[in-house]
Design a binder for this molecule. Structure first.
Ligand code: ADP
Length: 396
C-alpha cells in the first residue's frame, strides 16, 4: 500500500510516500515559498532534487508533488492511481474530533469550525486537503489531528478553573498537541514492554516540547493547553507562566496582547534564558565552556520536565514506564540523565553507559529500576500512514 502523507503549512507543504506496513518511505520532500515563488525539494533515498516551480497556491504545490512522484527520472510511481490514500496532518480538532477520520463534507465543515482554535494552522491544513481533493477526487483522504490522542483526558485535567461560559461558549480548555507523536510512542512502548495495561509518562522533548500521562494506552493529562504555549519551557516558548505577566508587560512596555504572546512564543524559552540559542546542542556547548546562562537554561528545562514527571506520577498513582522522544529526548543523553537524577524517589535508575547512546530505540534503565526508562524515536508520519490505512481498509 502507498500512503501519501501531507503536512500543509501556510507557505510550505511537506510530503512523504510511505508503505504503512513496513514504514519504508519511497520518496519525501518539501514545497516551500508557496504564495511567494515556489521551490520543490524532493528526495529519493540519498538522491536530492531541487526545482523552482511557480506555486501561487497549495494547488500548484500538490500538482508539483504528484508530478515529481511520477517523474521518469526521480519519481517512484507510474500513475497517481498507485497512491491508495492521502493522510493529512491537521493541527486542531477542537472538541469535534476524538480520532482520525475519513474526510467528507461534514469533516471539512468541522475542521473549519476549529479555525478559531488553530487560526494559523487549520486554514493551511484545509488548503492542503482541498488541493488534494481537486487533483485526486477519487482517492480517499484522511485527517489525523494533533489534538485527538489527548481527548481521553478527564474533565479535571482538561478544564481550566475559569468561568464555565468560556468553556461552554468558546470551547476554551486544555487540548494538548503532538498527539500523533504521543500516540505513536504509547503504542510502540506497549509493544516494547510486551503489555497493554501500564502507566507511563512520555516526554516529547524537541524544539517544541510536551509531556503526556498515559494509562493503558489512553491519555490522562498533557502539558500543552489551549495552544502549544503551555507546559515545560521550550526552544523559544516560555511554557507555563502566570497570566498576569502578560498584563504587566503590556502595560509597562505599551505592547499589545498579540505582541506579548508573540514574544512568549518566539523569543522566550531556552533562547531567551541562554541569550545564545534555542538549540540544545548550543546550550550544551555553551554550558561546557562556562556560559552560566546556557547552564541555567538547561537546568530550568530539566527541572521543569522532572517536575511534570513527578506530577503525573501522582496523577496516575505511580508509573511503570518513562519514555523520551523527539530531537532532544532521543539525542541529548545529558538532559535525560539530569531529568532522571531528580526521579530517584520514584525508583528510577538509569544505566549511564546505555544512556550514552543516541537516536536509537533502547531501554536505558537498570534491571533493578522500579520504572523502565526507554528512548523511543518518534515517527509521526508512520502513525499518520497507519491510521490512514486502517480507516481506508475498514471502509472497503
Ligand atoms: P521540532 O520537531 O519540535 O522542531 P525536533 O524534535 O526535531 O523539534 O527537535 C529539535 C531539537 O533537538 C533541536 O533544536 C536540538 O536542540 C535538539 N537536538 C537534535 N539533535 C541533538 C543532539 N544530537 N544532541 C542534543 N540535542 C539535539
Amino acid at each position: 500500500m502507498n500512503i501519501l502523507i501531507i503536512n500543509a503549512g501556510s507557505s510550505s507543504l511537506k510530503y512523504q510516500l510511505m508503505d504503512p506496513e513496513t514504514g519504508v518511505v519511497s520518496a519525501k520532500g518539501l514545497c516551500e515559498r508557496i504564495g511567494i515563488d515556489g521551490r520543490l525539494n524532493h528526495k529519493v533515498g540519498e538522491n536530492k532534487v531541487t526545482k523552482d516551480i511557480p506555486m501561487p497556491t497549495h494547488s500548484e504545490a500538490i500538482a508539483a508533488t504528484l508530478a515529481i512522484l511520477q517523474d521518469a527520472e526521480c519519481g517512484v510511481i507510474k500513475s497517481v492511481d498507485e497512491i491508495d490514500a492521502v493522510g493529512h496532518r491537521v493541527l486542531h480538532g477542537g472538541m469535534e474530533f476524538f480520532d482520525s477520520c475519513i474526510i467528507n463534507d461534514e469533516v471539512i465543515a468541522a475542521i473549519k469550525k476549529c479555525i478559531p482554535l488553530g487560526p494559523l494552522h487549520n486554514p493551511a491544513n484545509l488548503m492542503g486537503i482541498e488541493a488534494c481533493q481537486a487533483v485526486m477526487p477519487t482517492t480517499p483522504q484522511v485527517a489525523v489531528f494533533d489534538t485527538a490522542f489527548h481527548m481521553t483526558m478527564p474533565p479535571k485535567a482538561y478544564r481550566y478553573a475559569i468561568p464555565t461560559e468560556y468553556y461552554e461558549n468558546d470551547s476554551i480548555r486544555r487540548y494538548g498537541f503532538h498527539g500523533t507523536s504521543h500516540k505513536y510512542v504509547a503504542k510502540r512502548t506497549a509493544q516494547l514492554v510486551g503489555k497493554t495495561e501500564f502507566k507511563m509518562v512520555n516526554c516529547h522533548l524537541g524544539n517544541g516540547s510536551s509531556m503526556s500521562a498515559v494509562k493503558d494506552g489512553k491519555c490522562q493529562d498533557t502539558t500543552m493547553g489551549l495552544t502549544p504555549l503551555a507546559g515545560v519551557p521550550m526552544g523559544t516558548r516560555s511554557g507555563d507562566i502566570d497570566a498576569a505577566v502578560v498584563q504587566f508587560i503590556c502595560n509597562k512596555y505599551g505592547m499589545s496582547v498579540d505582541e506579548c504572546l508573540n514574544m512568549l512564543n518566539k523569543k522566550s524559552g531556552m533562547l531567551a534564558m541562554s541569550g545564545v540559542s534555542s538549540d540544545f546542542r548550543d546550550l550544551e556547548d555553551g554550558a561546557n565552556n562556562g556560559n552560566e546562562d546556557c547552564a541555567l537554561a538547561r537546568a530550568k528545562f530539566c527541572y521543569e520536565v522532572a517536575k511534570y514527571v513527578g506530577a503525573y506520577a501522582a496523577a496516575l498513582n505511580g508509573i511503570d514506564v518513562l519514555t523520551f522522544t523527539a530531537g532532544v529526548g532521543e539525542n541529548d543523553s545529558a538532559v535525560r540523565a539530569d531529568v532522571c537524577e531528580y526521579l530517584g524517589f520514584l525508583g528510577v535508575k538509569i544505566d549511564p553507559e546505555l544512556n550514552k547512546k543516541r537516536g536509537k530505540e533502547m531501554m536505558i534503565s537498570t534491571p533493578d529500576s522500579k520504572v523502565q526508562v526507554w528512548v523511543v524515536p518518534t515517527n509521526e508520519e508512520l502513525m499518520i500512514a497507519q491510521d490512514t490505512a486502517e480507516l481506508v481498509n475498514a471502509a472497503k
